[in-house]
Design a protein around this ligand. Structure first.
Ligand code: N2P
Length: 398
């Protein structure tokens, strides 16, 4: 895996002012997660766009680390990003608040309509489940997907210790624990952990926990997280945590599967043995998707950009460099990941018939059994504020 394309907000702002005299139809403003695209893909898009349309385009690329900060730039700041990559529950919120434009691919010739050619039914089904009244597939195209779990250093932590969320407050790993600075993605596993007896007794379901924003549950998760802080955390991280793991500074990380793939791979090169597990109590499955916010100024280029991201060779490059898994159902994508070193797993849920015994990295593509204990997060509307307040209080308690 190579170094990521990092364009700082300051640089991007400079670029914007430098081209401020340029016609806005020649500018595409992309707002994506950091460490989430392969190098040179943006330049390739500029060339491809010109070849397809005869028009020049300059991509202005900005990044974010936290869903909620990205959202506030659009919800409150009304920034004119043309294409943005929020997570599932944020897409749900943007649909509910009317902040998204419907996608229209009619102008894109069939021969290059990569979205149509490579849809993954599993992901489309998840999108459809977001909102019973509006089909999210009409407003968004998934980019990457994965699970939330525990990355651990095999020298210090056993698979048994890592297979419960409670590993984050295990005294053996005090001050060696990294927590993703992503309030919803930490809240969900902690709540699942706290409610495991009720889940086992059938008194609640993972799906209903994903909508649980009650004061009682927020307070219970807060207490738990305060005990984690008391035990000792190494840090709350956005993207730098991968390096703390590969350099042996942290041993346990509550993290996303894509960061795990990247970190495991990098660590191998320096003799550090990491692994990733989705704890037994259950977890979240998530996806991030491209959307066009209602303040967009270049819908045409945004639409072509989304299409280009679905071209299988581009999806493969993005996967190989970031560690994340493209939400792309193309056979070519699956074949690019097959590796005889892995045990066969059942991927029919994603690639359909004939994919019941595929040798791929199970961190990238979880086996159907893992997926069965994962659920999708949902928007909390106004209650999100309560969570963000709790999150600041917990982090401030360090
Ligand atoms: C990559 C961020 C991935 C976002 N840095 C996972 N939802």
């Amino acid at each position: 895996m190579k170094k990521f394309l990092r364009i700082s907000a300051a640089l991007a702002a400079l670029a914007v002012s430098a081209i401020s005299c340029t016609d806005r139809t020649q500018v595409l403003k992309v707002y994506n997660w950091s460490d989430y695209i392969a190098e040179d893909v943006l330049e390739d898009f500029e060339q491809w766009y010109e070849a397809q349309t005869g028009e020049k385009i300059k991509v202005i690329y900005q990044t974010f680390d936290v869903n909620e900060s990205m959202l506030s730039k659009i919800e409150i700041g009304h920034e004119d990003f043309d294409v943005v990559c929020p997570s599932d529950y944020i897409i749900e919120r943007m649909l509910n608040t009317g902040d998204l434009l419907p996608l229209d691919f009619a102008e894109i010739p069939d021969s290059i309509n990569y979205i149509k050619m490579n849809r993954a039914p599993y992901i489309e089904g998840m999108f459809r489940s977001i909102n019973p009244d509006i089909d999210a597939n009409d407003y968004s195209v998934a980019y990457m997907w994965g699970t939330t779990g525990i990355i651990y250093n095999k020298k210090y932590v056993t698979p048994e210790e890592a297979s419960t969320w409670n590993v984050i407050r295990n005294p053996k790993f005090a001050n060696k624990v990294l927590i993703k600075d992503a309030p919803r993605d930490v809240y969900a596993p902690v709540l699942i952990y706290l409610k495991q007896a009720e889940l086992a007794a059938g008194n609640t379901t993972l799906a209903s926990l994903m909508r649980d924003s009650s004061d009682e549950s927020i307070a219970a998760v807060k207490d738990y997280l305060l005990s984690v802080v008391k035990n000792g955390v190494y840090g709350w991280e956005a993207d730098f945590g991968k390096e703390d793991l590969t350099k042996d500074r942290a041993w346990v990380s509550l993290n996303w599967s894509g960061d795990a793939v990247w970190a495991i791979d990098e660590a191998k090169n320096v003799g550090v043995d990491l692994d990733y597990i989705v704890p037994e109590e259950g977890s979240t499955v998530w996806f991030d998707g491209w959307v066009i916010p209602k303040y967009a100024k270049n819908v045409k280029a945004a639409t072509y950009f989304i299409d280009f991201m679905c071209r299988p060779d581009i999806a493969i490059r993005n996967m190989d460099e970031t560690g994340y898994v493209a939400a792309n159902g193309a056979r070519e994508v699956l074949e690019s990941q097959i590796d005889e070193e892995y045990e066969p797993i059942d991927l029919t849920y994603f690639f359909g018939e004939g994919a019941d015994s595929i040798r791929v990295n199970p961190v990238l593509y979880p086996d159907a059994k893992v997926i069965a204990r994962c659920a999708l997060e949902h928007d909390w509307g106004q209650d999100t504020e309560k969570l963000l307040t709790m999150w600041q209080e917990v982090k401030g308690a360090e």
